[in-house]
Design a protein around this ligand. Sequence first.
Ligand code: 5GP
Length: 113
Amino acid sequence: MATIFTKIINREIPATIVFENDKVLAFKDINPQAPVHILVVSKKEIPTINDIKEEDKELIGEMYIAIAKIAKDFGIDKEGYRVVTNCNEYGGQEVFHIHFHLLGGKKLGAKII
Ligand code: 5GP
């Protein structure tokens, strides 16, 4: 079954899309945890970080290039931001379709590492 993010990629459910290329889609999180909270999603359905394969190396690089571009577009590149990926239960992952949270727009608290 398609993930909720694939439904957004396929325009079956709405989202505020801020970036797209052939491999990556980025849109605003529905439940933002910071003034800027963007989800940067792989168009390929990879469930978790554990499932990344050799052949996905270029894709993961593309996702980080997209993150840097979006951060610049939103004017948060200089002040800084945080990029988070949750994996499985202990990581708090809810949507099993690989994505990076791009968080910024304020000084972020509660660093755990
Ligand atoms: P995870 O917990 O898997 O790392 O993050 C999933 C994120 O997806 C959550 O921050 C949640 O708010 C967001 N989310 C879940 N469903 C939707 C949706 O339908 N639209 C958007 N824009 N974000 C969603």
